[in-house]
Design a protein around this ligand. Structure first.
Ligand code: UGA
Length: 470
């Protein structure tokens, strides 16, 4: 068992790690400057919507392994490890704002009592391990020493706890190998693969991973726009591509594009790091442009069908940036609402958990309890976030509620034939226009176990393309 302090414990990453590290059997004190959230947490109430979080929070509090405070002087002195989990939002230039890191490192330095390992968990610009080490050294009392280990997180909102318990890999960046192993040992109940490298490389692994996943999404979205023109079905294209083991079908879902607090911010930050270091990053810039264009593409589809958006009533299904979270940061719904309001449309929207956040930001949006309410008298509806409830809508009820006929499926999750059977007009993203017919697709199962086996050396060696190296 280790003694751990988590700085930024009321935020997404900090809270998910606080409850999980306590579940691993460590003694965890979460510290955060938000007194309202710390009060809730000590009461066993999770301030964010995240599956399995409330259960682990309550279990951690009940076992006494988990506590929360706003006081660094309580949290830091007993800690052998301090996790920095503060936010690094975008600045105006797209670069990461490191002010919360500076504040956290300064406070940690002032309160530490002995040898402390500081774990950089937040997504931090390349070079941050050294940056944090310098701040710690500047403010440390004499006799107190620090080692910084970069240990980026790879959590998805909506499955953050699952991801902590089932990591594909744990990445550790440290100049001090003993410190890297000590941090790796905190996760030894997980039996996960561990990659140990230099801090700057570990920091880059995080940015490159997010940028690559964002690139996959923008790639398939660009293909979807071409499919829209050529009357091909992007979903089947993605499926066919994904059957190639080198490609995989994951993160090839075409639609309104990526949002959230990570992909947009991290792609921008990587592009900014490139720019600041005299490197071009045309691919990263294209990824962002294509993503923004998907929102405009959907608005254009609606405008084309309705003739004008002025005076039209548009229903939006789903407001969070993805299902199973109430997070609306950079959610596609925000761009859609802004554009619809700018064009003087009336917006009626609904989300299972994010309505309150939208109400606070857009008082002029009418919020409904469910999709049927958001469809009431609407000229068109747009499925924005693929919450399970919207995948299995009663389409006759939607048709009866609506004034118009248009259903734009911004996530390609509805069955076009069923939408047409309800008397509605279906528009997906990169799906064929033969309304009602759907796409013909037949997949004959192959001998998977046989094909999954490695090819015998002799075949590879004797193959004429063996030297191709791909
Ligand atoms: C992402 C990464 O997946 C995590 O590995 C990473 O740790 C995290 O960012 C982070 O840096 O903290 P997250 O933003 O929670 O996680 O959500 P994702 O599931 O990756 O989805 C991001 C966005 O991409 C969502 O808006 C989603 O709708 C969109 N998306 C995803 C697509 O449009 N198509 C896809 O095929 C997949």
């Amino acid at each position: 068992m280790a003694n751990i302090a988590v700085v930024g414990a009321a935020g997404y990453v900090g809270l998910a790690y606080s409850v999980s590290l306590a579940a691993f059997g460590h003694r965890v004190i979460g510290v955060d400057r938000d007194p309202g959230r710390i009060w809730m947490l000590n009461d066993g109430v999770a301030p964010i919507h995240e599956p399995e979080l409330p259960e682990l929070l309550q279990r951690g509090l009940a076992t006494g392994l988990l506590t929360f405070t706003t006081d660094y002087a309580t949290a830091i002195p007993p800690a052998e490890f301090v996790f920095i989990c503060v936010g690094t939002p975008s600045t105006e230039t797209g670069a990461a704002d490191t002010s919360a890191i500076v504040a956290a490192a300064t406070a940690i330095a002032r309160q530490s009592k002995g040898r402390t390992i500081v774990v950089n968990k937040s997504t931090m610009p390349v070079g941050s391990a050294q940056f944090v080490a310098d701040i710690l050294a500047e403010h440390a009392p004499s006799g107190v020493t620090f080692t910084v280990v970069s240990n980026p997180e790879f959590l998805r909102e909506g499955s953050a706890i699952y991801d902590i318990f089932h990591p594909d890999r744990i990445v550790l960046g440290a100049d001090d190998l003993d410190a890297a192993h000590a941090v790796g040992d905190l996760y030894n109940t997980l039996n996960a693969a561990i990659l140990i490298t230099q801090p700057r490389t570990a920091e880059m692994v995080k940015y490159a991973s997010n940028a690559f996943l964002a690139t996959k999404i923008s790639f398939i979205n660009e293909v979807a726009l071409i499919c829209d023109q050529l009357d091909a079905d992007v979903d089947v294209v993605a499926r066919g591509m994904g059957m190639d083991a080198r490609i995989t079908p994951r993160f090839l879902h075409a639609g309104l594009g990526f949002g959230g607090s990570c992909f947009p911010k991290d792609v921008r930050a990587l592009a900014a790091m490139a720019r600041e270091n005299a490197c071009d990053s045309p691919l990263l810039n294209a990824v962002l442009d294509i993503n923004a264009g998907m929102r405009s593409h959907v608005i254009a589809k609606v405008r084309r069908r309705l003739g004008t958006l002025t005076g039209a009533t548009i229903g939006l299904f789903g407001l969070s940036f993805k299902p199973e979270t109430d997070d609306i940061r950079e959610a596609p719904a925000i761009s859609l609402i802004e554009e619809l309001l700018a064009q003087e449309a009336t917006v009626q929207a609904t989300d299972p958990v994010a309505n309150a956040h939208i109400a606070a930001r857009f008082p002029e949006v009418r919020l409904a309890a469910d999709a049927y309410g958001a469809a009431m008298s609407a000229d068109a509806v747009i499925l924005v976030t693929e919450w399970p409830a919207y995948r299995s809508l009663n389409l006759d009820r939607i048709a009866n509620a609506m004034r118009g006929r248009l259903v734009v499926d911004g996530r390609n999750v509805l069955d076009p034939g069923k939408v047409a059977s309800a008397g509605l007009v279906y528009e997906g993203i990169g799906r064929p226009r033969n309304e009602g017919a759907g796409t013909r697709i037949t997949v004959l199962p192959g001998a998977e176990p046989l094909r999954a086996q490695p090819r015998p050396e002799s075949v590879i060696d004797s193959h004429p393309l063996a030297s191709r190296g791909d």
